[in-house]
Design a protein around this ligand. Structure first.
Ligand code: FPP
Length: 261
């Protein structure tokens, strides 16, 4: 994605964060960055606040991460917002999150228009409350012809369910005579995942120090570089994002082969 260098320079003008824009190579920014946003609850609890306040603060961090992604020229930015397992949380917290998703999406639509961002969702949206579903659909419709960065939200997402769903689709096509079993290869399966048509993530960031994938993009993360930070999601800033990219760029990606640089 093209980068507006003036905007980017002033976005990162402030010093004193232990990392600077000059620490990264703008020609090697990852195409697809994905984040497991974790630690909202702990952030709130540490301040004697209700967990819900952590999610509200998490929205601000997410807005900044979307803006940073656009400024840096990332092509696809995806985040894990709600897993299929998250329904097990107390009803009050689930309701708050569903409300927050809907409200945030409406509030952020002007930003998506201004920055030419196209929205996508990973996950089964049919189980979401009607208002959330309608707002998500509105977001999809209103940004469908945007040609800038893709911003994908994984909501009611589980990777194993996604793969099972793709397998079921392939089986149905075989049963209908539209596909032969020997046409089932990696591309055939990939093209039936929620991420169809998108590049696999180059960089996966997980906040709050957990070393887990939590059923997130298991297929798509096969060759992705991982970056785990102890920073809790509401504290994750444009500077933390830059540190993650600097770390990513310091690695050599071999995709199972030999060193290429
Ligand atoms: C993880 O923190 C965060 C979530 C499960 C929800 C993510 C939601 C947001 C960042 C709010 C805004 C999102 C959108 C898409 C508008 P946690 O609750 O698991 O924290 P803990 O591990 O400290 O308990």
């Amino acid at each position: 994605m093209p980068v507006d260098i003036d905007k980017l320079t002033s976005y990162y003008a402030e010093g004193g964060h232990g990392v600077a824009l000059s620490d990264i190579d703008l020609k090697r920014v990852p195409r697809h960055v994905s984040i497991i946003m974790d630690g909202n609850g702990r952030w709130a609890t540490a301040r004697g606040l209700d967990r819900s306040k952590g999610h509200v603060a998490g929205v601000d961090a997410l807005r900044e991460a979307v803006t940073t992604s656009v400024r840096l020229g990332v092509e696809v930015f995806s985040v894990y917002a709600f897993s299929t397992e998250n329904w097990r949380r107390p009803k009050r917290e689930v309701d708050l999150l569903m409300h927050l998703f809907a409200t945030t999406l409406v509030n952020e639509l002007p930003l998506f228009h201004q920055e030419n961002v196209r929205l996508l969702f990973f996950g089964d949206l049919t189980r979401l409350p009607e208002r959330t579903r309608k707002v998500f659909q509105r977001g999809l419709d209103e940004t469908a012809d945007h040609t800038g960065m893709v911003f994908a939200l994984a909501v009611n997402y589980g990777s194993r369910a996604e793969i099972a769903r793709a397998a079921r689709e392939l089986a149905e096509e075989v049963a209908a005579g539209a596909l032969s079993p020997d046409e089932i290869d990696e591309d055939a399966l990939s093209s039936r995942l929620y991420t169809a048509g998108l590049p696999d993530p180059d960089l996966l960031i997980r906040t709050s120090g957990e070393m887990r994938l939590s059923n997130y993009l298991l297929w798509q993360l096969a060759y992705t570089e991982f970056y785990v930070t102890n920073t809790l999601w509401p504290d994750f800033s444009r500077w933390d994002y830059l540190k993650a990219i600097a770390s990513y760029q310091a690695r050599s990606r071999r995709f199972g082969g030999v060193v290429s640089r």
